[in-house]
Write a protein that binds this ligand. Sequence first.
Ligand code: WT7
Length: 648
Amino acid sequence: MSDQLSTLLSEERRFPPSPAFASEAVATQALYDQAAADPLAFWEAEAKRLDWSTPWDSVLEWELPHAKWFSGGQLNVSANCVDRHLAGARRNQAALIWEGEPGDTRTLTYWQLYQEVTRAANALLALGVKRGDRVAIYLPMIPEAAIAMLACTRIGAVHSVVFGGFSAESLRDRINDAQAVCCITADGGYRRGQILSLKRLADEALAGCPSIHSCLVVHRGQGIDPTACPMKEGRDHWWHRSLEAQAPDCEPAAMEAEELLFILYTSGTTGKPKGIVHTTGGYLTQAAATTRHVFDLKDGDVFWCTADIGWVTGHSYVVYGPLANGATVFMYEGAPDWPARDRFWSLCAKHGVTIFYTAPTAIRAFMKWGIEHPAKHDLSRLRLLGSVGEPINPEAWIWYHLHIGRERCPIVDTWWQTETGGIMITPLPGVVTTKPGSATIPFPGMDIELVDTTGTPVARGGGFLTIKSPWPGMLRTIYGDDARYYETYWSRFPGRYFAGDGAKIDADGYWWILGRVDDVLNVAGHRIGTMEVESALVDHPAVAEAAVVGKAHDLKGQAIAAFVTLKEGFTPSPSMRDELREHVAVKIGAIAKPDDILFAADLPKTRSGKIMRRLLRDVAEGRALGDTTTLADPGVVAKLKAEYESLE
Ligand code: WT7
């Protein structure tokens, strides 16, 4: 941390937009001025860029914590993302260019995407999926992922995409929480040359999901044998067969602006992930507006956001934002280092990517792999770079600028969350001078304020990031738990949404996001709750107690450190450690495996029995121990520290 801090302080270069970029930029200073003068009129103008079958009566109805945007208005998301681009030349423009990890490619024009989406929508209807029903999507990064999402929106079904890296148990819990009726999965997907059989995991999950009546299975192709995929009579249907049987047209459902669009589960401070609810009109307005203005979207752009559709970034910036704008989206199935460490750059060159949006953890891996990998490729078509998911350290920012952007491309560092639906703090690339490591200033129309522990606004300095007024893409509730929605987001600072992040505002009014101040970890850009990992650990028969903390990690941002007390009769051993890590992978997914597990006879507790995570963080990060005077037994933590040090 202190290393990072010193680089932060020493990196004082400023990067104003080049006059050439600024003169042609989609977003100008006028956008800030308009939004400042009348935020609702600003959002209304953005909403009007979408196609509505019925106009709204009111822009915003707000009764904390419940917002209604564009009430009375009706629209359909798939019609906005597909149908409306069929009128002119865009009909034959690529909507989606896709490359599989083994190198197989597919391109879908807007017209072809229309046919796929409508067939898939009809296939869902034929299976009995109705408006308002929940559909779980558990797919690799293949075109069908976007098609399935859009097909749901066409008939007004609510999708819940579950990241393909999550375990069968995680899928089961999410399906049951949402009471999904249908699951869409695939017989396989490629990752680092291996085939991951999602359908097998789905089968395991579905055995415990009584609400599911049907399952559509995409045949991934490319050497995956469909006869090896077990199909359950009556429940399972091949996607391609189901689509073949359908006509390529399907009336889009006219959805109320506030009808559910999707649920996306994310980690919080309890053991149970929460279903973040997003609705139709406001979400699409923000996704479309931010894509256009932040990424300076123009005709001819090829937009690559490297996120998986299992995360909100994939929802807003792989699928909905770009397609609502009629852009060409590039999508890639696999790993960045397969078959070699230049794969991303070879893809950029091959497909003519112009806008590239990724996470700092990926950038740090590229740095470690060396500049020779991007240097081999023609990246001259790139014109804008983006960063998202965690604070970007200035070294990584500068590396990205030099070796990927080749000193030509503005970098937009975008702060937002699953809950916000779209980008909230970011530079507009033609207007704002950037500083490496700062997400700069709020997007036009966003009312974001830093406050101290008492909720008093902080104009300059450090504090908690809060949002004062509703915004179109905000979450509407937690699925099935409105009380938790209020409690989690609106109770800590009365009258404000609390994001869970700490931040700092510098002398120029620029925002520097410092990271989570709650028990949520950010591991390689993945959001993981410490309590979820603890629950997974104590689920193992050998574990009596577990405490999980994050520790700084060069590549991943944070790594997971677990302190585990075993039950009587079990002995610590390297094989026990492996077993526990594997257990977490089975319960949650490989992304949640602890990096370090320390077996501890005792955990540091206060006299009232509360585990002192702060001290465990000190131990895991090798710092001098903080105040231990409130501990029931101060000796415990010194012993842990010595043991931890001998771990490494
Ligand atoms: C958390 C949200 C929506 C983006 C993908 C992650 C952190 C996100 C930044 C950024 C610093 C960032 C925050 C936030 N975060 N973007 N540009 N700079 N931190 O979505 O899984 O909901 O995680 O990611 O801590 O609260 P998510």
